[in-house]
Design a protein around this ligand. Sequence first.
Ligand code: SAM
Length: 246
Amino acid sequence: MEPSEGYKLLAEGAARFGVTVTEEQWSRFYDYMRLLQDYNNRVNLTAIKEDPAIITKHFVDCLSIVPFIQTGGKTKTLCDIGTGAGFPGIPLKIAKPELRLILVDSLNKRLLFLEEVVRKLGLENVELVHMRAEDFGRDPRFRDSIDYSTARAVAPMNTLLELSTPPLKPGGTFIAMKGGRDEGSFESAASKLALTLDRTERFSIHVFDDDGTESAAERIVYIFKKLKPTPKAFPRKAGTPSKEPL
Ligand code: SAM
C-alpha cells in the first residue's frame, strides 16, 4: 500500500473517533508497521500481516480509546498490561506524546521488539517492564500510583480486573478494550477490587482482513474508576487470577 493511501486510511478511521493524526505521527505509525512486519517474519507478534489490516485492526482500533484519556496536555502515566507488540500502548503514545508510558508483558521476546520500536521511533518517557501483571501490581514502585491502565485481548474481564487495576492510584481509570462478546459477570470482581464501572461505550470499526475483505467489527470499551487503594490480598500470586477468577 502506498504511504499516502495508508495515511488516508488511518486519518479517516481515527477521525471517526475525533482523533487527528498529523503527517509526523503517520510517519511514526508507518515505521512501526514496517518494523512489525519485518519482526513478524522471525518472531510471532501478530496474526495480522497486510497494511490495511494492520492500520484498521491495530492502529485505528487502539486510537478509538484516545478520547477517554484526558491529560490536559500534562504528563500522565499510563501502563499497558499484556501489551504484546505494543497495543494499545504505542499508538496511544504516538497520539499523545505527553504520556509517560509503561509497557508490561511477561514475554521477553515481545519486549525486545518494543525496545527497537521505542528507539527507532524516537519515543521518550517509555519504560518496558518484563513482568507478570500480578507481580507488577504488587511492586511498590507501581502499586496504587498510576493514572491510567489499559488492556486489549489479555484475559476475560473478571481476571483482567485483578491484573490491570492494582497499579492504579485511587481515582485512576482502567480502560478495557473488548470485542463484541459477552463478558459474563464481573460485578463481584469489581467490588472486591474497589472499582466502579464508570461507563460502557459500544461502537463499530471499519476493518480490513488480510485478504482485503471489509467489515464492521463490534467493539466494547469498559471504563472503570478505582475508588480506593487495592485491598492487600490482591493481586493474588501469578497464575491464580486466571485459574480462580474473582
Ligand atoms: N495487547 C496486545 C494486543 O492487543 O495485540 C497483545 C494481546 S496478546 C493476545 C496477550 C498478551 O498478554 C501476550 O503478549 C501475553 O504475553 C500477555 N500476558 C498474558 N497474561 C499476562 C500476565 N499475567 N502478565 C503479563 N502479561 C501477560
